[in-house]
Design a protein around this ligand. Structure first.
Ligand SMILES: Cc1cn([C@H]2C[C@H](O)[C@@H](COP(=O)(O)OP(=O)(O)OP(=O)(O)O)O2)c(=O)[nH]c1=O
Length: 192
């Protein structure tokens, strides 16, 4: 096994898969932080802050000199942040709000090493077709929405609601690979 190049501060299996897609070597050291927007904090500032806090919390916990990567993905509707649903009712309300409309997905990635910290943000516009209450209930029963921002997964059954996407597909799934590659390069980690 080659030496690891950095630590991933995330429990998200999607983020691990996306980094593996680029052939990177890393270990997983998930961060446990409070994920709650501050009053009057914009979606962009919140996503950036969460990605950075995840990276910093893991760096402080493990005390490694290697870079640490954190990320955060949020669905944003009319400026309101939709994180992961609390329960079934919350998920059904999110899906009803997203039905037949366009929303944005804010996906931030942060890298820290020593006292150095950099953050990048990707914003993607996603338009949904109609989601009937019956379809939303069946979708919840599939188990897919429970651990995903906005209560959907574009990479799974949720793809059937997606009429169009303008931006970063990997960003919607959980880690914008264009920005991530740029960030890794800035810390001397090459993907090619
Ligand atoms: C919109 C969308 C989100 N998601 C997922 C990506 C993220 O895992 C999750 C958003 O929650 P996050 O809080 O960004 O991440 P997480 O709690 O899963 O993992 P960690 O904090 O440990 O890094 O939603 C999808 O998988 N597909 C989608 O289409």
């Amino acid at each position: 096994m080659p030496d690891i190049q950095f630590h991933l501060a995330s429990a998200s299996p999607r983020r691990q898969e996306l980094l593996q897609q680029l052939g990177l070597h890393f270990d997983v050291r998930s961060a446990d932080i409070v994920e709650q927007p501050m009053s009057s904090e914009t979606a962009a500032d919140y996503a950036r802050r969460m990605a950075l806090e995840k990276a910093l919390a893991t760096q402080a916990r493990i005390g490694s000199s290697l870079p640490v990567l954190g990320a955060d993905t949020d669905v944003v509707l009319d400026g309101h942040i939709l994180g992961k649903p609390r329960d079934r009712a919350d998920a059904l309300a999110m899906l009803a709000a997203l039905s037949n409309r366009e929303h944005e997905v804010y996906s931030a990635v942060a890298m820290v090493q020593g006292s150095r910290a950099e953050v990048m943000l990707s914003v993607t516009h996603v338009s949904f077709g109609v989601i009937t209450p019956e379809a939303a209930a069946l979708y919840w029963d599939s188990g897919e929405p429970a651990d995903k921002a906005g209560a959907y997964g574009i990479q799974g059954l949720g793809a059937q609601f997606v009429k169009g996407i303008n931006g970063s597909y990997s960003g919607v799934v959980g880690l914008p690979l264009f920005e991530t590659t740029e960030l890794l390069l800035r810390f001397g980690i090459h993907t090619l």
